[in-house]
Design a protein around this ligand. Sequence first.
Ligand SMILES: [Fe+2]
Length: 285
Amino acid sequence: MQTAIAQDASEQMHGASRALLRHGHARVRLDAGTADALREVFDAADDFFARQPGEKRRFERADILEGYRALGAEHSGPLDRPDLNETFSLVLRNMARKDIEPWAATNPLHRALRAAAPRYAALVDAILDGLRSSINPQGDRVASADFSYFQLNYYRPKNERRDFLQDVHEDGHLLTVVTSRQPGLEAQLGGRFEAVNFARDEVLVMPGSILTLMTGGRIRPLPHRVRNVRNVATRASLMYFANASVTRPPRAWVAAADGSLPDIGRANVEASKLFGLPSIEALAR
Ligand SMILES: [Fe+2]
């Protein structure tokens, strides 16, 4: 029975890889354990973001991309139009750090993200491996867990006047696995922007610009934005940003049009600086 379940999961991930190749995005149903872990994250997020600013700032470690960031730290479009959300991040590589470990005892959101991390890493690595075996079976395996991170974005649409809480952009990662309990996400599907809404156990897998480099342009980044749906009081979305390793980057699976092999580790570092945050290189120290 166990084997049958494992086989189902692996077939499902291959389905996701095929969908990425064919349609440029994939919708995936989470297994029951991951869906439970996700529910805990969203429940803990509602509690955490309702806390006083000083309380939230106790969990701020911008230097290593970990924990809380107040509104205005990040921008998807121009510098003078910050994303209108607060954020809480967990970097998988930081889970081994002794100075972050105590957060698990005092911060249920951090604890819930920690519990979800290995599940998401396994899901993403299975999808990436499905892509590798379709595109270049001899290509490097991509272990995404090290430099990947969760980002929980928390919005208060009712308080905002802008039509878009996040302007249109492409993510500078291999893949982004996103879900939300509330409306607002729009993605460019079939040439026009469409609202993307989710079942409680469902995620959308969106390619980022680094996957385009890995695949010699075969898979394009998926442009997306967040609309202000004004009757929504609070909106939480959870992203898992899958990054290539910076210390041991994979070789691109397919060469670029000019025959060159892009430096995936360097490209991931440069892309990480585009939205106002510290470089993911900081995590390698
Ligand atoms: Fe994004």
